[in-house]
Write a protein that binds this ligand. Structure first.
Ligand SMILES: [Zn+2]
Length: 418
């Protein structure tokens, strides 16, 4: 193999690029490969790829960080000419080895994106010697690129709409998942009508009319937009959110009893209720032995709290059934909750009654994955924390799409094996 061919393989560049020379930069302790796009390749606009006449020398010579070679950093160095695109005006010309506007090669970008979804934040920074802010820009480029190549909204029939809090609950993202592919398809900052309307604007009227099912928590603004934009869709209540209502009601009951017990100075009651929060709120199949005993003690000392617990559990069971049996269970639950004389659950009863139609729609529609909404919700929360230190919310959204939207690229050079 010719020496130049070895370098080409090492640097991961194809025949569209000519290697002019290789040098070792003592100061930077790095390998620098001087390259240029092959002459036969007409100059193209970096934004749209259209062949365009030359404009000027741009910033002159510049570096693109490439993947490390062994223990050394490496760079591709080239002129960064500008072309005069008929559409975009003077623009930096396209280069075969990097995405537009990038300071890193395509392979380097892809490696960053892969690592971000497979390892910790600190490992990515240490291993690749890049700042976290830079990582944010890189993954945004990777995701934008992938989404430009494939229409992310094709074939949407059954979608889930949710809101995710970030910045310690002060800010929100509205997210849309596809129940059929299991993927996150869209996210934007905000939780209101105007935000969600942006999604349906992108989807367009024709495709919005093809949407058959929309699952969501019971937020009014979602219901309003869905009714306007998707006339053929049934709105379903997310089981995950419904169950969380019951869990919250139970927690309210527990807090009231706790406060009451403290006011009265009832030490036995306090001692028994203390520390049973998780036992009450967790699904019974996940309880430890100790937590089960805690629950049994609750049953002994406070009938109200125990009844509230059973109401929560029965409500949760409704969503594990399907069809007629589920609707019957829902009606039984409503009967009980209406008469239970526990204010938090009487309130919940009225709330459920208001949303009965969309709850029933969930119960009779098979395959609306509650697990999907729940796991996406959990994962997105982790990702919003990981995104601390990014420059913008665009970077946060890119991280969410990269991980949950199926945009993680294969590792460089492994395309066939993937
Ligand atoms: Zn252009």
């Amino acid at each position: 193999m010719l020496e130049v061919e070895v370098w080409r393989r090492l640097l991961g560049i194809d025949r569209r690029t000519v290697i002019e020379s290789i040098e070792f930069d003592e100061d930077a302790d790095a390998i620098v490969a001087h390259v240029r796009p092959r002459r036969s390749k007409k100059r193209r606009c970096g934004l749209c790829g259209k062949a365009s006449p030359g404009y000027d020398q741009g910033e002159g010579r510049r570096n693109w960080r490439a993947l490390d070679l062994g223990i050394l950093k490496s760079f591709l160095q080239s002129d960064s000419l500008r072309v005069n695109c008929p559409e975009h005006g003077p623009t930096v010309a396209q280069v075969p080895w990097a995405r537009h506007g990038a300071g890193h090669t395509r392979d380097f970008d892809d490696q960053v994106a892969w690592l971000v979804t497979h390892t910790s934040k600190s490992a990515v920074g240490e291993l690749l010697r890049v700042a976290w802010r830079t990582v944010g820009s890189i993954i945004t480029r990777v995701v934008d690129d992938a989404r430009a190549a494939h229409d992310p909204f094709n074939g949407l029939r059954r979608i889930g709409i949710d809101e995710i809090s970030y910045r310690r609950g002060h800010k929100y993202l509205t997210v849309v998942v596809d129940h059929d592919s299991g993927r996150l398809v869209w996210a934007a900052v905000g939780r209101d009508k105007a935000t969600l309307e942006k999604f349906f604007d992108l989807l367009g009227e024709e495709r919005s009319h093809l949407v058959k099912l929309v699952s969501a928590d019971a937020a009014e603004w979602i219901a309003t937009v869905v009714a306007e934009r998707c006339p053929n869709a049934t709105l379903c209540a997310d089981a995950f959110h419904m169950v969380s209502w019951a869990t919250r009601a139970l927690d309210d009951v527990r807090k009231d009893i706790w406060r009451e017990a403290k006011k009265m100075g009832a030490p036995t009651l306090i001692a028994r209720i203390k520390g049973c929060r998780y036992a009450l709120l967790k699904n019974p199949e996940h309880l430890t032995d100790k937590q089960q005993m805690g629950l049994a003690r609750v049953a002994q000392v406070n009938k109200t709290l125990y009844r509230a617990y059973l109401l929560k559990e029965q409500f949760r069971l409704v969503f594990q059934l399907r069809g007629k049996a589920a609707i019957r269970a829902l009606d039984d639950w409503c009967d009980w909750a209406r008469r239970c004389r526990i204010p938090a659950f009487v309130d919940l009863y009225y709330r459920v009654l208001r949303h009965r139609e969309s709850i029933v729609a969930t119960l009779i529609n098979d395959g609306l994955s509650n697990a999907l909404v729940e796991s996406t919700n959990t994962k997105l929360r982790l990702l919003t924390r990981m995104a601390y230190g990014f420059r913008s919310t665009d970077n946060l959204i890119a991280l969410c799409l990269l991980d949950r939207g199926g945009y993680c690229p294969p590792l460089p050079g492994r395309r066939e094996a993937a």
